[in-house]
Design a protein around this ligand. Structure first.
Ligand code: ACO
Length: 434
């Protein structure tokens, strides 16, 4: 049965269709509202606005559910590999063995980065953040790999190029930043093992692949692979809606992810935990600051726009954190601080009342530290993981018959019309105002 919502504005009634999703979620379709009533809707930060219909990821923030193409993320983390999950997100179904082998061959064939790109790397100032370098280099890929003939080619070849090369480029940026020799990808290694090898292998100290870390990296990347219309994904869709090439759209996603309120939180969490550690473990002081409304400080790794319960990814990450540190037989004081901080916050009335629980970033930094990933590479690790999701969302938007150029409106609250003031009179007018 078709459902409608009735909006009454000054006695005038407007019937607005209700759209229902496959999990029973409902939305009022306001796309015709302005043409019918002259009014727009206002929703700062899009907290209550659906920007598209999507078949990729379902999340329920109240119940802590996350599924990719219908499959719970817990099952994927336990049974799948990152590349199989990437295939699922991008193509809509789990691959057969033959499809997965073909996908792996294509990834291997596209794993090398053009040698000329190394020149670019050498010319960034030494202190450049790896996210800045990655965003710039992904955009630059278009000049090395010009437009392909058809959208199908673009999707098949550009997508595998991106998945494979971004991983190579990330490891390369780390090696170059340390002044070390670049390690090339090896076709005999899996996606995750290859990355760890490119990061840590060196002529003087050959890297021993540790299956536990390969497994941990697979899980880390699966957990980050998609998260529906978050800040960076919406950026990819929005920039992509201007029909810009995929490299530029992904580059915008990387830039958006960098922020500390979004993907940059994993780095911010570890920095916060280190500060607590160096201040002698003053957890209560940090909690008090987070609760103080006159202090802009927030407890990093806590809270989420959608999850109002424990982030399902954080649960898996916490377990993995214990498994990795336990098996490596490594103590990390930051883990002890994180666990104590979590325990105190979860019992605190402020955090309970505000529905603030640990998010995926709370424990992920500790796992990455255990793998030997430097702190300034944490958000790059997130970006590699989110790549399949960005690509899947971009691809869906390109195929969407209802898709439009993204162009929100606004309510203007600036000055009403006033006349231009000649320069010689301006100072008087300005100072009269001051
Ligand atoms: N510490 C303390 N207070 C917080 C926190 C926090 N981490 N997060 C939210 N709050 C409080 C706000 O101060 C506000 O309080 P008030 O209503 O009393 O003024 C209330 O909770 C709601 O905050 P909003 O910013 O409106 O909530 P929103 O849903 O927009 O915020 C966000 C989500 C940005 C993630 C926020 O929780 C935050 O800043 N967290 C810390 C950064 C972080 O961990 N980001 C990673 C998110 S996961 C990801 O992107 C991969």
């Amino acid at each position: 049965m078709r459902e409608n919502a009735t909006l009454i504005i000054n006695d005038q009634r407007y019937e607005l269709p209700i759209v229902t999703g496959s999990e029973g979620e409902k939305a009022i379709d306001i796309s015709q509202l302005r043409s019918k009533s002259g009014l727009i809707t206002l929703d700062t930060g899009f907290a209550n606005t659906g920007s598209c219909k999507s078949t990729i990821t379902f999340m329920d923030g109240e119940q802590g559910i996350l599924r990719y193409r219908g499959i719970p993320v817990e099952q994927l983390a336990e049974k799948s590999s990152f590349m199989e999950t990437a295939y699922l997100l991008i193509n809509g179904n789990l691959p057969t063995q033959k499809q997965l082998t073909r996908f792996s061959v294509m990834l291997n064939d596209n794993s090398l980065v053009h040698e000329d790109m190394q020149q670019f790397y050498q010319n960034f100032p030494r202190a450049s953040h790896p996210m800045l370098i990655l965003a710039a280099m992904v955009n630059a890929l278009r000049s090395f790999y010009p437009e392909l003939q058809t959208l199908e080619e673009e999707i098949n070849i550009t997508v595998t190029r991106l998945l494979s090369k971004v991983r190579t480029m990330a490891a390369m940026s780390y090696k170059i930043s340390r002044g070390h020799k670049v390690v090339y990808p090896r076709p005999d290694l899996s996606y995750c093992a290859n990355f760890l090898n490119m990061m840590f292998d060196s002529p003087v100290n050959p890297y021993q692949i540790d299956e536990l870390l390969v497994d941990a990296l697979n899980i880390f990347w699966i957990l980050h692979a998609d998260h529906e219309q978050n800040c960076s994904t919406s950026s990819v869709r929005m920039v992509g809606s201007g029909r810009v090439n995929l490299y530029a759209a992904i580059s915008s996603g990387i830039a958006a992810l960098w922020g500390p309120l979004h993907g940059g939180a994993n780095q911010a969490v570890v920095e916060m935990l280190k500060t607590i550690d160096s201040d002698g473990g003053n957890i209560q002081g940090v909690i008090a600051r987070a609760k103080d409304r006159s202090d802009p400080f927030r407890l990093m790794g806590f809270g989420h726009r959608v999850y109002k319960t424990y982030d399902p990814r954080a649960k898996i990450m916490k377990k993995m954190c214990h498994r990795v540190l336990g098996r490596l037989n490594r103590q990390d004081p930051l883990l002890d601080i994180a666990m104590e901080l979590e325990e105190i916050a979860l019992k605190d009335a402020y955090f309970i009342d505000h529905n603030l629980y640990p998010n995926v970033d709370f424990y992920s930094g500790i796992v990455l530290r255990a793998m030997g990933i430097p702190t300034n590479m944490f958000t790059v690790m997130f970006a590699i993981g989110r790549l399949p999701g960005w690509i899947a969302q971009w691809k869906e938007s390109m195929d969407d018959p209802e898709w439009k150029l993204a162009r929100p409106r606004q309510i203007y609250i600036g000055p009403t019309q006033k006349d231009y003031v000649p320069m010689n009179l301006r100072e008087n007018t300005n100072s009269a105002k001051n």
